[in-house]
Structure formats: structure tokens, C-alpha cells
Design a protein around this ligand. Structure first.
Ligand SMILES: [Zn+2]
Ligand SMILES: [Zn+2]
Length: 345
């Protein structure tokens, strides 16, 4: 890298990412246990922090600092060595919350290992939920999809065997003026006959928002939500926040998804292992993906494989990996032995 200009003393000026090989400031030399030799002239200037200058020296012409005492040398090395993987840096490592000095990768590894028992507990709860759901003959999988405020709402519902129960396009009471009336759409306040197949059923749903149940969304679109006797949220249609599919899928799939080193990459908008996109597909695609995903969840057919104890040794980076109990840890590492994880395979 050529210097962009000369300093007032006639030396070339470099920025931090431009320092040529073999040049270092006094601070950088000290990290290598060296210092500028007696009378060693600067060969260039470092320009940093937007307003500061520091002289740069030839490393080869600099002098070695006197050796540290064995005790100080040990402390110097310890401050620059990762307590887990033993890699060394030329600057001291920060201490984590446990007071240990860890490199960035190991710090992340420990934090993920600490979070994993809670994730594995959520995953197991999602599996239990799915196992109960696929045995419940009342269950209906229902998806609502609306492209934007005031747009028609696709409503698609299937039974667990895939039989379609509801397949309609709902025209909201107050449509967006920008949307042309879709042929075949049903006015929101004339929905009741189309929703009859849902009477007495339990809805497992993907809503158009995080907070509203399907009948809540349709009641709002019909402007009937505020009159209880005409609200579409009939008490015989069982809707419960715990049956929101997206949350269960996230608990089961996304929180524990890893790319081999335990790092979360997150596909929480995709249902079914085919990764159906919640934003890109029709309500019918969504119910089909929910059906597939529910089966995978009930079998705990997870892309990560079986749950494994995430306990990490004090040094080293290979987690325990033994079969965990319900709290996510194995017997040796604090597993809750009263509750064994049922084997889904
Ligand atoms: Zn490390
Ligand atoms: Zn273990």
C-alpha cells in the first residue's frame, strides 16, 4: 500500500489497515515483547482515530524487551490464552461473566450451551403437543393469508387426513380502495355457513398476525367482532393460543437448528422440512406444510437429529452428546431423571 501523503516531518502516512508488513508502532511492538531500539528513527506515521498520529518503526531493527520473570511471563501468557481452546492472541482476552478469559468463538459456544437446555425443553414440549394433536380427531389445520390491509383473506382448512373443510376467499367489509373485487369472494359478514365445518373442532392455525386467532381475524374483517351474539368466534370452535402453529414450530425447529457447531441459523418462517415460505405461498400450501410439519414434529424427525446433552467440559469444545432428560441434560450433568424423554424413533 502506498502512503496517501507525507507527514509534516516528511514521512509517509498510513491508516490502520494500510500499515506495510514489517512496520509497527511502539504499542504494537510491545505486544510482541519488543520496543524501538535506542535512537531508532521512525520510518512512517500512523494516522488513527481521525486526528492522532503515532510513529511507525521497522520491526527488524527494534530491540527485544528483557524477559519477564517466570511468574509474570505465566500471567502474560494466561491473559492471552483462551481458557477453553488454548489458542493465543497477541492482546489480552476479555473475561466473560464467569470470570474466564475466552476467545470469541468459545464465548459464543458457552453461551449457546447454556441456552440449549431451555431450548431442548421447548423442543420436547412442542413434540408432546404435536403427539397429542395428531391423535385428536377434532383437530383442524387452518391457515389465513392476507396480502395486505384491506385485501381479501384466503381461508383454507383441512382435517388431519388432508380432507378440505373450508376453502374460501373472504371479502372484507372495508376493502382497500386499491383492490378490485375478486370474483367468487364471499362477503365477510356472510361467512357463517362456510364456517360450519369448524363447529366443535379444535383449530391449529397460522394466523395473519401473531396475536389474533382465525375467528378473531374474520370477525374483525366482518366488523362483527364487537357484537358478541354475531361474532364469528363461536365458543364451540376451540381456538387456543397454545395451538398457534408458528410458535410451536419455532420452539421445535428453529431454536435448536444448527449448522453443525450449535449455531442457530433460523428458518422459523418455514414450515415442514420442505421449507414452505409463510410469506410466499397460498393458504392451501400452508395447511399442507403444517400437516407435514406436525407429523415431523410428532416423530421428532429433527434436522439436528436426536436431542443431545449440551454440557461442555471446562476445556475443549466437544459437548457431552449423551441422551438428555426432559430438562435437556443427561444424568451425569444434572438431568432431571424423573422425566425421561420418550424416544420418537
Ligand atoms: Zn477459544
Ligand atoms: Zn451430559
Amino acid at each position: 500500500m502506498t502512503a496517501r501523503k507525507l507527514s509534516p516531518g516528511g514521512l509517509p502516512v498510513y491508516r490502520v489497515d494500510e500499515i506495510p508488513d514489517g512496520m509497527a508502532t511502539a504499542t504494537m511492538l510491545r505486544r510482541q515483547r519488543r520496543r524501538p531500539a535506542q535512537g531508532q528513527p521512525a520510518v512512517a506515521m500512523l494516522f488513527y482515530h481521525g486526528n492522532k498520529h503515532a510513529p511507525l518503526y521497522e520491526v527488524s531493527a527494534s530491540a527485544t524487551l528483557p524477559a519477564l520473570s517466570p511468574r509474570r511471563q505465566a500471567a502474560w501468557t494466561a491473559a492471552r490464552t483462551c481458557a477453553r481452546c488454548a489458542t493465543t492472541r497477541d492482546t489480552p482476552l476479555a473475561r466473560n461473566h464467569g470470570g474466564r478469559r475466552l476467545c470469541l468463538g468459545c464465548n459464543r459456544l458457552e453461551r449457546l450451551a447454556a441456552a440449549r437446555p431451555a431450548w431442548l425443553t421447548l423442543r420436547q414440549r412442542a413434540v408432546d403437543w404435536a403427539r397429542t394433536a395428531i391423535l385428536d380427531s377434532d383437530v383442524v389445520l387452518i391457515a389465513l393469508r392476507q396480502l395486505g390491509h384491506g385485501c381479501p383473506i384466503e381461508v383454507h382448512a383441512i382435517a388431519l387426513d388432508g380432507q378440505p373443510l373450508v376453502d374460501i376467499l373472504v371479502w372484507p367489509k372495508w376493502p382497500s380502495p386499491k383492490v378490485a373485487r375478486t370474483p367468487g369472494a364471499i362477503d365477510a359478514d356472510r361467512l357463517v355457513p362456510y364456517l360450519m365445518p369448524l363447529i366443535g373442532r379444535r383449530l391449529i392455525y397460522v394466523g395473519t398476525g401473531w396475536t389474533q386467532t382465525p375467528m378473531g381475524v374474520l370477525s374483525a374483517a366482518s366488523e362483527l367482532w364487537w357484537r358478541y351474539e354475531t361474532s364469528l368466534a363461536d365458543p364451540s370452535i376451540k381456538e387456543h393460543r397454545d395451538d398457534e402453529f408458528r410458535q410451536r414450530w419455532t420452539d421445535w425447529h428453529a431454536r435448536t437448528w444448527s449448522n453443525g457447531d450449535g449455531l442457530w441459523t433460523g428458518y422459523h418462517n418455514h414450515y415442514g422440512l420442505e421449507r414452505i415460505d409463510v410469506h410466499g405461498d397460498s393458504a392451501a400450501d400452508l395447511t399442507a406444510a403444517m400437516r407435514e410439519g406436525l407429523t415431523d414434529m410428532a416423530r421428532d424427525r429433527h434436522p439436528d437429529g436426536r436431542p443431545a446433552c449440551p454440557w461442555l467440559p471446562p476445556t475443549g469444545t466437544t459437548p457431552c452428546g449423551a441422551r438428555p432428560f426432559l430438562n435437556g441434560l443427561c444424568r451425569t450433568h444434572g438431568g432431571d431423571v424423573d422425566q425421561e424423554v420418550p424416544d420418537g424413533r
